[in-house]
Ligand binder design. Structure first.
Ligand code: ADP
Length: 450
């Protein structure tokens, strides 16, 4: 096992990885930008190295600085967390070229899944159902027209290198196709430096349901059930739960098993998430994320499996610590993403946290690097914490969420906490009857209570 791991990330996820390392008796190295010198992930780590100025491109994304920090401190492995360099195949290759271990999948799998056109083809061949659409990329508008003429509108133009919902445009009718095609390509070029796009049927009211996979290099692959991430705004997840209110046990085990077998066929190693849209009883693959997800704690809560510990064990060449037959699903878990944002306009709200009180008690987990006096820097993602509750049933989880939100104090900045308190009064949310469009409709139709 490793003696020292460098955590190439910041915020709550750096802390999450640090905690798994400490429990395993592994020393940690934090890296940080000048803006994060006082961050909790730096304060708790055994060692820390400043890798550059505030701008992520000059620090958290600066590969030579991260490699140098690992070499100077004698770390043997690097955990990339999520975001930043976590899905950068070149980074994984450079880490390996320096005789360090990348805690994640092989560079080839990262590269394959990073190209959504190639990924869709590969998983379809491995037996996973996909969204109907173009067979590969569409290079010209003439091609797009040809493909779309064989489909029912609306259709969706998507970027091959897409992420964070960018480079995605809907054409409601054939005469909107040209504009959707051109804007999606331009947006993809600007965001990813790659204007390759493809076409998919646009699903009207699906749920977003994803399957957690974990695989070692000895051929053991397990699925840890699903997460329902249908509560979204601008194609970005806001709240996640496990299990999904829409699936029964048979459906869960069926899609879990299809996914598990496909991922085994691909020879995948590490933690990964296969994302689907689910509509009218059918699953449609949209993408595979080759990293730990923000919402992984809801899976941990109902399976009692530490995903980061498994990732580290796998990277050290060890087998999974359990078999598929050992995985049991118990209870219900919900995660709220607490962002430093206005709860209605979602405008960022960085600044000093003047008071802070973390909720606690049975079934409550708060993953956050906040403390009173901490100054939230304006340079990074606005996620400042994740409130995760667990109950024996969904009703109990909701009851606990209401109680925990009421206890949580974060003063000095605006947070999305009040949004969740409002949602807990909504019958559709309480009954679990929502799809990926529900939150945006609700936001446009209701006035904030306070
Ligand atoms: P990204 O990598 O940008 O996050 P995804 O392919 O994961 O893109 O899709 C993100 C979200 O966009 C989904 O959760 C869903 O809300 C919406 N979406 C993606 N594909 C479709 C589709 N074919 N029909 C309807 N909505 C879609």
């Amino acid at each position: 096992m490793f003696e020292k791991i460098l955590i190439a990330n910041r915020g709550e996820i750096a802390l999450r990885i640090h905690r798994a390392c400490k429990e395993m008796g592994i020393a940690t190295v934090a890296v940080h930008s000048e803006a994060d010198a006082n961050a909790m992930h730096v304060r708790l780590a055994d060692e820390s190295v400043c890798i550059g100025p505030a701008q992520a491109a000059q620090s958290y994304l600066k590969i030579p600085n991260i490699i140098a920090a690992a070499e100077i401190t004698g770390a043997q492995a690097i955990h990339p967390g999520y975001g930043f360099l976590s899905e950068n195949a070149k980074f994984a290759e450079i880490v390996e070229a320096h005789d360090l271990v990348f805690i994640g999948p092989t560079p080839d799998h990262i590269r394959l899944m990073g190209d959504k056109i190639a990924a869709k083809k590969a998983v379809a061949e491995a037996g996973i159902p996909t969204v109907p659409g173009s067979d590969g990329g569409v290079e010209t508008f003439e091609d797009a027209k040809k493909v779309a003429s064989t489909m029912d509108f609306p259709v969706l133009i998507k970027a091959a290198s897409g992420g964070g919902g960018r480079g995605m445009k809907v054409a409601q009718t054939p005469d909107q196709l040209k504009e959707a095609f051109d804007t999606a390509r331009a947006e993809a070029m600007a965001a990813f430096g790659d204007d390759a796009v493809y076409i998919e049927k646009y699903l009207g009211k699906p749920r977003h349901i994803e399957i957690q996979i974990i695989a070692d290099e000895h051929g053991n692959v397990a699925h840890l059930g699903e997460r329902d991430c249908s509560l979204q705004r601008r194609h970005q997840k806001v709240l996640e739960e496990a299990p999904s209110p829409a699936l029964n046990k048979e459906q869960r085990m069926e899609i879990g098993e299809i996914t598990r077998q496909a991922v085994a066929k691909l020879g995948y190693r590490g933690a990964g998430t296969v994302e689907y849209l689910y509509e009218d009883g059918k699953f449609y693959f949209i993408e595979m994320n080759t990293r730990l997800q923000v919402e992984h704690p809801v899976t941990e809560a109902i399976t009692n499996i530490d995903l980061v510990r498994e990732q580290i064990r796998i990277a050290a060449g060890m087998p999974l610590s359990f078999k598929q037959e050992d995985v049991q699903f118990n209870g219900w878990s919900i995660e709220c993403r607490i962002n430093a944002e206005d709860p209605r306009t979602f405008a960022p709200s960085p600044g000093e946290v003047t008071d802070f009180h973390a909720p606690g008690g049975l079934g409550v987990r708060l993953d956050s690097g906040l403390y009173a006096g901490y100054r939230i820097p304006p340079y990074y993602d606005s996620l400042i914490g994740k409130l995760i509750v667990r109950g024996a049933t969904r009703e109990e989880a909701l009851m606990r969420l209401r109680r925990a939100l009421g206890e949580m104090v974060i003063n000095g900045v605006k947070t999305t906490g009040p949004l969740f308190e409002e949602l807990l009064h909504e019958p559709d949310f309480i009954s679990g009857d929502y799809n990926i469009r529900w939150l945006e409709n609700w936001l446009s139709e209701t006035e904030p209570k306070s």
